[in-house]
Design a protein around this ligand. Sequence first.
Ligand SMILES: Cc1ncc(COP(=O)(O)O)c(C=O)c1O
Length: 411
Amino acid sequence: MFDPYKVREDFPILKQKINNHPLIYFDNAATTQKPRQVIEAVKEFYERYNANVHRAVHTLSHEATSLYESAHEEVAKFINAKNIEEIIFVRGTTEAINFVAYSWGLRNLNREDEVLLTLMEHHSNIVPWEILSKINGFKVKYVDVNSDGTLNYESLEDSLSRKTKIVSVTHVSNVTGCINDVKRIIKTAHEYGALVLVDGAQSVPHMPVDVKDLDVDFLAFSGHKMLAPTGIGVLYGKRELLEKMEPFHGGGEMIRNVSFDTATGRCLISWNDPPWKFEAGTPNISGGVGLMAAIKYLKSLGMENIFSHECELSEYALQRLQECHKVSFYGPKGRSTRCGIIPFNVEGFDSHDVALFLDSFGITIRSGFHCAQPLHQRLNLPSSARVSFYLYNTREEIDRFIEVLKEMEQL
Ligand SMILES: Cc1ncc(COP(=O)(O)O)c(C=O)c1O
């Protein structure tokens, strides 16, 4: 049985008070708290194994390298990738998307091509493509969303053509919690010969994601949104694509050989094999170790259990929010299309005022645009307050949140 009260025991930060009230942490879409298992794994790495990886012949370096490579293996198993050659460690989702844009897009997208995004993307899945389109001259197109925040699949099919070279789409909206049917999107896009990048920042931490089952070409996600430290994230890419791609960053350890050619006066370079070909310079070794510990922790609880717990919390919160007469909330209805993220507004208050009021009671939420301004524009929202749940949240916390919102309605 999944027991959030037992889970909470592992999270030291949840025991503290904020503004003299017990902390209720509802800002999990921004970043998640860390269990002691992750904190201890990072501490143990620095106390016992710290050395640079893939360089020295000494024992400590072998141990650090072995841990760092095991972290890639753990990630590969977690998302059912073929092997670690398909797993590149990056700083997070943002870097992973920029990686694909520059490493693949820069060389493969031309003036007559199109890149297809949706209006529900996080800015990190819009800005890199818009920047690159100014360099390469391709067109960026946006699939529409419906007024309930779900993706408009008709608009998707209308927008796809043989000109579409890549569809880059979020799996779960970080604003509405809407779950996109990425399997359907991938199948349709492949029929047009387009690749698909899935932004898994809000899905991989919360539900089972299987890259083989989805047949996805690239998958991006961030460790810090799934209990791991900040500064570590993952780009999954199909081996056959990665093999053909040039590195995004150049530097040490990503090369097999660099030799000075006296005839031309230049250096001749040959690349290392994936994934190391793509990990230039000293990587975030302790971050990788922390990510491995986070995945082991998530697996010990079961991703299906975590997902159902969050869906139940979301359903409960949506039901209780109906008692708040000055509160409007948005997003899809129904369990199969929505997970534990709820955007809302309180009549007469700016979203930041709502967040500050809740914070004075120890309730931590996000306010503003959540880095998804086009979606707010499309849904006619000036901004929004947002609660987002994770494995350690409870119904009692939602009860307290509703109680405080009701107090706010009295102001
Ligand atoms: C859907 C989505 N994509 C991308 C990102 C960017 O993630 P990061 O800041 O970890 O790179 C976020 C972060 O909130 C997100 O929610």
